[in-house]
Write a protein that binds this ligand. Structure first.
Ligand code: NDP
Length: 434
């Protein structure tokens, strides 16, 4: 805490990991040698820079840009960019730290990074978004590269923003190798990349339920958020026979007692992705109840998939979910459950998957995009989707390997943390003190 003052999110993420690693390290003490743990929690490099751009009124705006290059022990730095006013070093350091374990779990050779800006894309014109992206990348480009650091999207950074940044990067570097993933299909993007995080989260929840002798079919699923991850979580949950009863944004929650169908999802996606509208606009268009200022967690559901942002599901929310009989919670977002929520979830033996396991499908498919670009090939949707499912099943098996308890239950938190840690730690030990 003394070395990272004012960084509560970072301390929260490190504490959660260290707590579950500690018994494992006690019985495998060589992992505490050579300053390994001290090195593991210190980012290799943090870049902070000024982003100046001109708004539609002709006024100069100044934002702060960052890239946290946490670990390249198992491959080039890899992780998304977030544009949101809440972005600061604490948030990005926690995300990069979590990314290290997640990327290791995918089994692909990817190190960990995360970046972004405190820029708020809400209410900005298309021109302003483009100028901001160009200004941002005109500094970041010198720190990234296809064998060094490969960013992607995250909150506030979707296909449009990745497109603008890729375009400017290509122009100023005169290169077209893969420095971004999540690109548009017409310039090197991978099929299924937009779907991958949401699909992967649902695949993972299904694996957990199947392992416990249950299935998603017929279950009531509650989803928070309504962005990239949430939309495709809705789609895959529906495809697997679940009834999706809600989505949300930071202003409120939509409740759909009968459940989403393909037509309703298409309308939601049109309003969110083409018109940059709100969940309330969708509720009005679909004639469904909207609860302003409420989160989804008081709604009765069997499976909860928090897919919005960090610390969006509190201890009280977890109590409400448990009271309503929730059976499984899989994090689509990064660290959406607070430490108090996780305590409540564990005390009540609810199946729980941390984001570093359940939302790893996005970065895994980014890894597949990198492979396709390097080979100058495009795989079919079926092929990418099959690989995604295989990777999610592999992560589930890794969690069982390190997280199974004597009573037959599974701690997916311990499983994911230890499995990810072992891979990174072995690589660090083999490479010496650097
Ligand atoms: P988007 O920007 O597409 O969507 C974010 C959604 O979360 C929006 O609906 C947004 O609503 C909502 N949200 C943001 N802040 C809050 C808040 N404080 N309270 C309630 N809702 C909020 O982002 P993504 O879908 O890409 O990312 C969502 C989460 O998934 C993040 O935690 C991200 O790190 C994680 N993730 C994403 C991956 C990806 O491939 N995209 C990969 C792995 C993890 P509003 O419009 O009101 O802000």
């Amino acid at each position: 805490a003394q070395r990272n003052p004012g960084q509560p999110e970072y301390l929260q993420a490190v504490a959660e990991v260290m707590e579950s690693l500690w018994p494992f390290i006690s019985s495998h003490p060589h992992y505490a040698e050579h300053g390994l743990l001290e090195r593991l929690i210190e980012a290799e490099r943090i870049i902070q820079f000024r982003v100046s751009w001109v708004d539609d009124q002709g006024d100069v705006q100044v934002n702060r840009g960052y890239r946290v290059q946490h670990s390249a022990a198992i491959g080039p730095y890899k992780g998304g960019l977030r544009f949101h006013p809440s972005v600061n070093q604490s948030v990005l350091k926690f995300l990069a730290f979590e990314q290290m374990f997640k990327n290791a779990l995918t089994t692909l050779p990817m190190g960990a990074g995360k970046g972004g800006s405190d820029f708020n894309p809400k209410g900005k014109s298309q021109g302003e978004i483009m100028r901001f992206c160009q200004a941002f990348i005109s500094e970041l480009y010198r720190h990234i590269g296809s064998d060094t650091d490969i960013p992607a999207g995250d909150i506030g950074v979707g296909a449009r923003e990745v497109g603008y940044m890729t375009g400017m990067l290509r122009k100023i570097t005169n290169r077209s190798d893969c420095v971004f993933t999540g690109k548009g299909l017409s310039f090197g993007g991978s099929l299924i990349r937009p779907e991958a995080t949401g699909y992967g989260t649902v695949y993972f929840a299904q694996e957990m339920l199947l392992h416990a002798g249950r299935s998603l079919e017929g279950m009531r699923v509650g989803i928070s958020g309504s962005g990239n991850v949430a939309q495709y979580a809705v789609e895959k949950a529906m495809q697997l026979g679940a009834i999706v009863v809600c989505v949300s944004d930071s202003s409120g929650t939509l409740y759909d007692e009968e459940g989403f169908d393909a037509e309703k999802l298409a309308l939601l996606m049109k309003i969110k992705n083409e018109r940059y509208g709100r969940v309330e606009d969708y509720a009005t268009a679909a004639g469904l109840p909207y609860m302003a200022g409420r989160t989804p967690w008081h709604i009765p559901m069997d499976v909860a998939l928090p897919c919005a942002t960090q610390n969006e599901l509190s201890g009280e929310d977890a109590q409400a979910l448990v009271k309503n009989g929730v059976q499984c919670i899989a994090e689509g977002a990064n660290m959406p459950c607070t430490a108090e929520a996780i305590t409540v979830i564990e005390q009540n033996s609810v199946l729980f998957a941390p984001g570093k396991a359940s939302n790893a499908g996005g970065v895994a498919t980014s890894g597949l995009e990198m492979s396709q670009n390097a080979m100058r090939l495009c795989w079919s949707s079926e092929e990418v989707d099959a690989r995604l499912l295989e990777i999610m099943q592999g992560i589930h098996r890794a969690c069982l390997k390190y997280g199974s308890r004597d009573d037959g239950s599974v701690s997916y938190i311990d499983g994911a943390n230890i499995a990810g840690f072992v891979k990174v730690a072995d690589a660090m030990l083999a490479q010496g003190v650097i």
